[in-house]
Design a protein around this ligand. Structure first.
Ligand SMILES: Cc1cc2nc3c(=O)[nH]c(=O)nc-3n(C[C@H](O)[C@H](O)[C@H](O)COP(=O)(O)O)c2cc1C
Length: 203
């Protein structure tokens, strides 16, 4: 965990509970780290660029956390620089829950998971909603070439902290593309064996 992440997540109440339950000493060193590690590095950028989905939590004005799944082509959450992420917010079911929440509270908490490699990255950030007409260059950078749904706004996230989770309890799961890539050599071998068998048994 980084200093930036513990500064945000270890609230006074959390710290008090850690003290009460005996784990405060284990985490005290994070409070003193010189390097806050609040910018994305190459490992994080590469990981985000390969993801085809993430979960995003926003906070409503009534205090409720709201988690929404976001999916798209791999890399649709763009890394603009080491402190900035952005994605195109398409016209979806027009409930506007996340967008509405973000107009009153700019905080987001995001989780990205690579199930196949059993890795999980958590990001805390603040969002700026950008209207289409206000930033045509930005929209051009974040829109996918093949996706024809209407973009309503850009969601621009300033990263405040990130943390990698341990792989424990992530069940490996594979996409169709990953299964196809993994089994391609096996299918090729089966085809060759079948051809050889057919040749051997031909009259
Ligand atoms: C026509 C249509 C297209 C959608 N396209 C996407 C999409 O590309 N990616 C995605 O994550 N969700 C998509 N959704 C579902 C979304 O979860 C939903 O529309 C919207 O993002 C909800 O946001 P909210 O829960 O913050 O109001 C789509 C929904 C509809 C009805």
């Amino acid at each position: 965990m980084s200093r930036a992440y513990s500064d945000i997540t270890f609230t006074p109440t959390v710290r008090a509970l850690q003290t009460h339950l005996g784990s405060r000493d284990k985490y005290a060193a994070f409070d003193l780290a010189d390097d806050r590690r609040d910018s994305l590095g190459p490992r994080e950028a590469q990981f985000i660029a390969a993801r085809d989905s993430f979960y995003q939590a926003t906070v409503s004005e009534t205090g409720w956390p709201y988690v929404q799944f976001r999916g798209g082509p791999a890399g649709f959450l763009k890394v603009l620089d080491d402190k900035t992420l952005a994605y195109a917010d398409f016209r979806g079911n027009v409930q506007y829950i996340s967008a509405g929440n973000l107009t009153v509270n700019d905080r987001v908490s995001i989780i990205l998971v690579d199930y196949a490699k059993r890795a999980r990255l958590k990001i805390l950030g603040r969002v700026r909603l950008v209207a289409l007409d206000d930033a045509p260059d930005l929209i051009a950078r974040i829109e996918g070439p093949d996706y024809r749904a209407r973009i309503e706004r850009a969601v621009v996230i300033t990263v405040e902290a990130f943390d990698w989770n341990c792989p424990q309890h992530i069940t490996p799961r594979f996409t169709d593309a990953e299964v196809n890539a993994l089994t391609a050599p096996l299918r090729e071998e089966i085809a060759q064996l079948k051809a050889r068998l057919a040749g051997a048994t031909a009259p």
